[in-house]
Design a protein around this ligand. Structure first.
Ligand SMILES: Nc1ncnc2c1ncn2[C@@H]1O[C@H](COP(=O)(O)OP(=O)(O)OP(=O)(O)O)[C@@H](O)[C@H]1O
Ligand SMILES: [Mg+2]
Length: 365
């Protein structure tokens, strides 16, 4: 079929790419009623104009939102969350935003902004001690010797309901050293753990009842920017996500579902520093009614699982050749789209969704 060329500038905010982009005729792969769709924006150069949308039933198959800094990722996520919650009959999803920079409070409608210090999470759950050691090792960058010492401390604590952080530190303090290296590792491990319980951080990793199980619909925003220490911020988010995973697997959310936004995902799902339990979450949590929105500037810096396990991808302007290559491989992108991605303006994006036969150039409005 001969391609029709678009006529004139359809979106006045666009500086370059969109006016020249061919007419798009979105073809759906299945019928989804507008009641079951969240509008993301407009399909660029479609005649007549049509909305681009993300089906609610796809939310638990996860979303990746990517693009260079300032390309519009946070605005796009806020748009989706607002549309999810502000309808007359809201969808059965509660958004939970892990707000790394403290931006969503002003972008969302009727958010419930929570200070992490009001929502403590335990570092260790009641899982197998080996799993607790693996988790601690990944979030605190433990050496193999420190892992060994921690496992020994857990063995001393056997019989406890859960491994409370201060209890673990007290146990470490009292342990008899087997050798010089044991003592060195024990002391350096204690130093790493103490950092999580001193001064204003005392109480951040305590066991509490997590309070987002109520039935309210307003988006919950965890303002992580209030945790000033970036290492501790990362440990806190990892522990919170692990807790959510645990609760979901145990069916504690009942019929209500969660849409969890993970901003600055490279902190948890980066190739160099991923936390295994969170990678596993991407694969398994959908069955338990939890969808993830993974937000990252650079897809190439993330573990491959993110590419494989996000069925919807919203790609804003990506300038790096390495990132483009990763997207290209993961999505089988038509050449005309690959060529425009580096030149998209703020708020313009390519939407990859199982709802449409082909990826679409869209404007988030
Ligand atoms: N679709 C849009 N329509 C209008 N303004 C937009 C749109 N998308 C983004 N903007 C504006 O562009 C600016 C940057 O957007 P945003 O903060 O969402 O970028 P980002 O990709 O999240 O950046 P960073 O990587 O730094 O977090 C903001 O001022 C935002 O209001
Ligand atoms: Mg942002």
């Amino acid at each position: 079929m001969k391609r029709r060329e678009s006529v004139g500038v359809i979106y006045p905010t666009s500086l370059g790419v969109i006016p020249k982009y061919p007419v798009q005729e979105p073809v759906k792969t299945r019928e989804v009623s507008s009641e079951e769709c969240i509008v993301l924006g407009e399909v660029v150069n479609s005649i007549p104009p049509v909305d681009a949308c993300v089906p609610v039933e796809d939310l638990n198959k996860h979303i990746l939102v990517t693009g260079a800094t300032g390309s519009g990722k946070t605005f796009t996520v806020a748009t989706l969350v607002n549309r999810l919650t502000t309808r007359e009959y809201p969808f059965n999803y509660r958004p939970l935003v892990l707000d790394w920079h403290g931006e969503y409070g002003r972008l969302l409608k009727n958010p419930k902004v929570v200070d992490p210090f009001q929502l403590p999470v335990p570092l260790f759950g009641d899982e197998d001690p080996n799993a607790s050691v693996d988790f601690a090792s990944q979030v605190l960058a433990l050496t193999p010797a420190q892992e060994y010492v921690l496992l020994k401390a857990f063995e001393n604590l056997r019989g406890w309901d859960h491994l409370d952080l201060t209890g673990v530190i007290e146990t470490l303090e009292k342990m008899v050293d087997e050798s010089g290296w044991f003592r060195e590792s024990r002391l350096s491990l204690m130093r790493k753990l103490r950092r999580l319980v001193v001064g204003k951080y005392r109480g951040l990793f305590k066991e509490t009842r997590i309070g987002f199980l109520d039935n309210a619909r307003s988006p919950l925003v965890i303002d992580l920017s209030r945790v000033g220490d970036l290492t501790i911020r990362r440990v806190y988010v990892a522990a919170l996500l692990k807790k959510i995973f645990d609760l979901a697997v145990r069916g504690e959310f009942g019929v209500s579902k969660l849409l969890v936004v993970v901003e600055e995902a490279r902190n948890l799902l980066g190739k160099e520093n991923h936390v295994d339990v969170l990678v596993k979450m991407l694969d398994e949590v959908r069955k338990f009614g939890v969808g993830l929105v993974v937000v990252s500037q650079s897809p190439s810096s993330l573990v491959e699982d993110v590419m494989v396990n996000t069925s919807t991808k919203i790609v804003h302007s990506v300038k790096s050749a390495v990132d483009l290559e990763v997207l290209d491989k993961a999505t089988n992108m038509p050449v005309e789209l690959r060529e425009v991605i580096p030149y998209l303006d703020k708020g313009e994006a390519v939407l990859f969704s199982g709802l449409y036969k082909k990826p679409l150039l869209v404007k988030v409005v």
